[in-house]
Design a protein around this ligand. Structure first.
Ligand SMILES: [Zn+2]
Length: 210
């Protein structure tokens, strides 16, 4: 089962991918997580990527494709995977096709921009183990500290309000074309993401098992 998850930043695609990962036993390949690892490593590529993200822009296709290609060649992707955060552009979708990877279903989680801005202002990340939380929907049992490792929770620079608005604009500008692309291949499925995590999962599962 090879799935692509589409959704604006904060639409909940990371959360849904994690749930499906457990349910179907296939890995979630999150570009965001892979990129943050690169930044943390302090490598030349990592520092370059860090500067791009903090200015509110998206990382170039060439860099992302290089990272994804290496990851999908690993053994745990043999029986399928869930792509979270890739492809973002038609050029990336073409690159995926050129790698010989045929996608079964593309799930687009649809949420209004206003809802997303509300959601993202509550998002927190552990400064130690990188676990993610939300002050309303997924609070840490230890308040401002991580319930798994005890390190303080932080707001990522790309979750600051001005950066969020810029990211949403960039997302819509690029993703409309991407949706058309997969609509043309008859594998695009739009799912409402405004009614809570459980309801969204239910809608996605209905799409995947039909
Ligand atoms: Zn932690």
């Amino acid at each position: 089962m090879k799935i692509i998850m589409l959704g604006a930043p904060g639409a909940g695609k990371g959360t849904q991918a994690e749930i499906l990962n457990k349910k179907y036993g296939i890995p979630t390949i999150s570009t965001g997580a892979i990129i943050r690892e690169a930044i943390k490593s302090g490598s030349e590529l990592g520092n370059k990527v860090k500067a791009i993200i903090e200015s509110g822009n998206l990382v170039s296709d060439d860099i992302v494709i290089e990272i994804i290609k290496k990851r999908l060649a690993e053994k745990d992707c043999e029986n399928g995977f869930i792509l979270d955060g890739f492809p973002r552009t038609v050029a990336q979708a073409d690159a995926l096709y050129d790698m010989g990877i045929s996608i079964d279903k593309v799930i687009s989680i649809e949420v209004d921009d206003d809802d997303i801005i509300k959601r993202l202002s509550g998002r927190r990340e552990c400064s130690g183990c990188r676990s993610t939380y939300h002050v309303d929907s997924k609070p840490s049992a230890k308040g401002d500290d991580c319930e798994k490792c005890g390190a303080p929770l932080t707001i990522r620079p790309d979750d600051e309000p001005e950066t969020i608005k810029k990211r949403l604009d960039v997302y819509h500008e690029q993703t409309e074309a991407l949706k058309d692309y997969y609509e043309g291949k008859k594998i695009l499925h739009k799912v409402c993401g405004s009614n809570g995590i459980e309801a969204t999962t239910k809608s996605i599962v209905a799409v995947l098992e039909n």
